[in-house]
Design a protein around this ligand. Sequence first.
Ligand code: R5P
Length: 298
Amino acid sequence: MNRPLLFAFPGNETMAASLAGSLGAEVGDMVVRRFPDGESYIRFLSPVKGREIALVCTLDRPDDKLIALYLAARIARAQGVRRVGLVAPYLAYMRQDKVFQDGEGITSHHVAALIGSVVDWLVTVDPHLHRIHDLSEIYPVPTRVVHAAPAISRWIGQNVQRPVVIGPDAESEQWAAEVALGAGCPYTVLQKVRHGDHEVELSVPDMDRWQGHTPVLVDDIASTARTLIAAVAHLKHAALAAPVCAVVHPIFAGDAFAALQSAGVARIVGCNTIHHECVGIDITEALAKAIASMPNAG
Ligand code: R5P
């Protein structure tokens, strides 16, 4: 069983402590801060020489974190660490997985190359796999993917009467289908066309047959929340009950959370892959199992 010494990046202390509890592992001390000029300062206060370590750093707002993460992994290596793993419950830069317009780049690949150049393994929760089907296509190191669906299904079973799971777009079908199967309830999927960062258009299949059910909108990511807001509007139009929104990664950029709340939802719940006030679904145990399954260094 892999029991690395865990180091929490700022904001990841609770997750690191819970993981350490589940794994029977230690949490080390480190300093991650900014110099006045904005550069990152990293210092390991617990010795890492000869140790298996894991950096716990969820990657929402990734541009604020990636350099510090890169430096921490390099510094640990320079201090003679045995292996450095990364536990990133939310893995960023997975949505730009093709060139949509001339002049763009496939940033999923570039960020994977950056992270993969300094860590020995990666554990994450439901990365946004769409045109990329497996993390091994872009990450050059062993990876484990934890699925949040069982935890979301359990939550639905305990909290929602007569649920029907609704995926807001074709990409969400993979999560909606698995969640519905686990919750023992039906599901359906809407069709989405995204016209811009904040412009989303949905078309809706026949909704009449879901009268009397509680719609549970399930998506992997809520960023601007425009996808969920558009879905809520359609359900309202179809005179369904106010939906519950369950998201794996509650990013909620800017005013997105308030906007979704005021769209007419019964409840918003997220998994604890990202620190947010809506978090109500705990995926720590599944993450700990995935970490424990990473092979130890020989
Ligand atoms: C995209 O296909 C994802 O599954 C989500 O639907 C999307 O990332 C949500 O983004 P936003 O909250 O900005 O609409």
